[in-house]
Design a protein around this ligand. Structure first.
Ligand code: ADP
Length: 220
């Protein structure tokens, strides 16, 4: 049996893929060119159009840290934008999938892949922009009426934001669509002077799927 992640033999990936198969090209337009996913990748990856819009805020030639990158949907779009990207992802199997997918998109040489814990590495990193797509808590994240920042995994949103600010004051966070916007605003005020702040609702085929929060120079 083939147990390589993202290949046909991965039973968990296959089960999840069944549900997401119809939207595979909205996740990766080059899906048919050999993009690989694991079970989590199917529901975690940022849809390509959304990832491209987020990447459009970055300055070409700038350095972007993409933390919690999963199978690489965001880092690919930043690289296509002309940025240099440092991926920080704790799961080595996902890093291999992200590297493979970056190759499919022709941007592998624009991305450095680091297997590690973002919270351990953040104090040692500097960049122009930090992109954060942290774990929302699995598919059950939608069960609360308001998504508060303490629900983010593996650490709460305040700790996450402080860690990211050590790298850069310019931060993009990809969050559930029912996230508490007031709490996000508080994050921008936690800097002196306060960071520019903007939120954007993200849609796929007229369906609201998430909120992107922009801090610093990437906020319009
Ligand atoms: P979601 O709830 O959005 O499905 P996941 O649980 O898939 O999120 O997590 C997003 C990604 O973040 C995964 O690829 C996971 O391996 C990675 N990740 C989790 N914790 C860390 C960490 N401390 N540092 C870096 N990457 C992490």
């Amino acid at each position: 049996m083939n147990t390589e992640p993202g290949r046909a033999g991965d039973a968990a990936a296959e089960a999840v893929a069944g549900k997401y198969w119809a939207v595979r090209h909205s996740l990766f337009s080059l899906y048919d060119h050999g993009v690989r996913m694991d079970a989590e990748g199917w529901y975690s990856v940022t849809p390509e159009a959304v990832a491209a819009a987020q990447a459009a805020r970055a300055t070409p030639g700038s350095l972007v840290v993409d933390a919690f990158s999963g199978v690489g949907g965001n880092s690919i779009q930043f690289a296509l934008r002309g940025c240099y990207v440092v991926v920080v992802e704790i799961d080595p199997r996902k890093v291999e999938l992200a590297r493979h997918n970056a190759r499919i998109y022709g941007v592998e040489d624009k991305i450095e892949f680091v297997v590690g814990d973002f919270f351990h590495l953040a104090p040692y990193l500097k960049a122009d922009l930090v992109f954060l797509s942290p774990p929302w808590g699995g598919p059950s994240y939608s069960q609360t009426q308001v998504y508060t920042l303490d629900l983010l995994q593996p650490k709460d949103g305040y700790t996450l934001f402080q860690a990211a600010k050590k790298i850069s004051p310019n931060i993009i966070m990809f969050l559930p669509r029912h996230v508490d916007i007031t709490q996000l605003e508080e994050l921008s005020w936690s800097s002196s002077p306060p960071l520019h702040f903007e939120t954007e609702e993200n849609y796929v085929q007229d369906r609201s799927i998430a909120i992107t929060a922009y801090f610093g120079i990437v906020a319009h």
